[in-house]
Ligand binder design. Structure first.
Ligand code: XMP
Length: 364
């Protein structure tokens, strides 16, 4: 059983012994519970200056930088740095999920090292958790914040990661013990690469803005619900093949999305099944080969015209290493789909009915 008090005692002791004499450090804070908790622990342990910074990557949700600063006021005095233009333009036209993550990581840590240099610091505090490390080392996905020694040398920074041995539920218990506001503890996890990995497939500003506005719609509709994580993702409505399953038509998209089968990463085409009520669809994913089709979705609404498909993803999970799909009130999903279809760029909306494994929570 995780004991936050004991963890804090041991972590402070360890951090003081190892990092007690460092000059200063910047703490990368995204506003999520991991990075906020890591910054607080580091501030408690280190005598020298800790500068909390928020990097605007341009891949955040509407108004995110200011919302995070306001949510943390009185707790953390956040400095905001805007790198959005250079990060978004350098990612444009990349398609492959792993390449998008690698290039993002390079751009992000170039910004981190630039900011650290400006503050005369060589250390960076970040909220890497055990799930990030396990999944990167296990080859499921390259989490942007898991750096090798070689990469650390390249960016000229050293990292301090007080939460590297904790899973999300333990970080939440720790945050609660430290008095972190519940609005931060309950905040939806938002991946470091942000909307980059929710603008699935070839990345461009159009798709980024589409997914950003869809995120606003989904957040407004679902913010009162207690699901562990919910978000939309968008990709081109480009169908490569069709088939029939028990009298129901299904379509296979040309885009590729990620999954995890037998502990390893797979990368295949999502399928969309028509005419299936999502309340009866929880075993539907078993009908498809997960290696070739890691995500199975059921259609909620569609119309003629529009270039993009929007996937609604809702999951329940404790540790984010496995996840299930909840039964959501049908009326709510249909209303959400209709609202998303109001954007003329959107041709169809579906609900993802695949647990993790075999799908991952995100699509890339
Ligand atoms: P997956 O898609 O791997 O997601 O099943 C598990 C949890 O991790 C989040 N996630 C990330 N968080 N950097 C992060 O900080 C990343 O690169 C990243 N990729 C996924 C995801 O949102 C979910 O909560």
């Amino acid at each position: 059983m995780f004991n936050p008090k004991l963890f804090i005692e041991e972590a402070l002791d360890y951090l003081r012994r190892i990092y007690g004499s460092i000059d200063c450090a910047i703490a990368c804070v995204s506003g999520g519970v991991d990075s906020v908790t890591a910054a607080i622990i580091a501030e408690m342990a280190l005598e020298n200056e800790v500068v909390p910074v928020f990097i605007d990557t341009g891949l955040m949700r509407f108004g995110e930088a200011e919302a995070v600063r306001n949510a943390l006021s009185g707790l953390i005095n956040l400095k905001i740095y805007d790198y959005s233009d250079s990060i978004v333009s350098n990612l444009s036209e990349l398609s492959d999920a792993e390449e998008k993550r690698r290039v993002f990581r390079d751009l992000f840590y170039s910004a981190v090292s630039d900011i650290a240099r400006r503050h005369g610091c060589s250390y960076v505090i970040q909220g890497t958790t055990k799930a990030d490390v396990v999944e990167t080392i296990g080859g499921v996905k390259t989490q942007h914040n898991v750096l090798t020694q070689e990469l650390l040398l390249k960016y000229g920074v050293k990292t301090v990661e007080p939460l590297r041995n904790l899973y999300k539920d333990q970080v939440r218990a720790l945050a609660h013990h430290l008095g972190v506001p519940s609005s931060i503890i309950k905040r939806q996890p938002f991946p470091g690469p942000g909307l980059l990995i929710r603008a699935v497939g070839r990345f461009n500003r159009d798709k980024l803005e589409l997914v950003r506005s869809a995120t606003k719609v989904v957040d407004e509709r679902l913010s009162g619900c207690s699901y562990s994580q919910y978000f939309p993702a968008a990709w081109e409505y480009d169908v490569v093949s069709e088939g029939c399953l028990d009298g129901n038509l299904f379509k296979v998209f040309s885009v590729k999305t990620t999954g995890v089968v037998g502990g390893s990463r797979v990368y295949g085409h999502p399928v969309l099944v028509e005419g299936f009520d999502e309340r009866d669809a929880f075993k539907l994913y078993e009908q498809f080969d997960a290696v070739r089709h890691p995500h199975t979705l059921v259609s909620l609404a569609s119309r003629d015209g529009g270039r993009y498909f929007i996937a609604i993803r809702i999951v329940e999970t404790e540790d984010y290493v496995t996840a299930s799909v909840p039964v959501v009130e049908r009326g709510l999903l249909l209303e959400l789909a209709e609202e998303l279809l109001e954007n003329p760029e959107v041709r169809a909306v579906g609900y993802d009915v695949t647990p993790k494994p075999p799908a991952t929570i995100e699509y890339e």
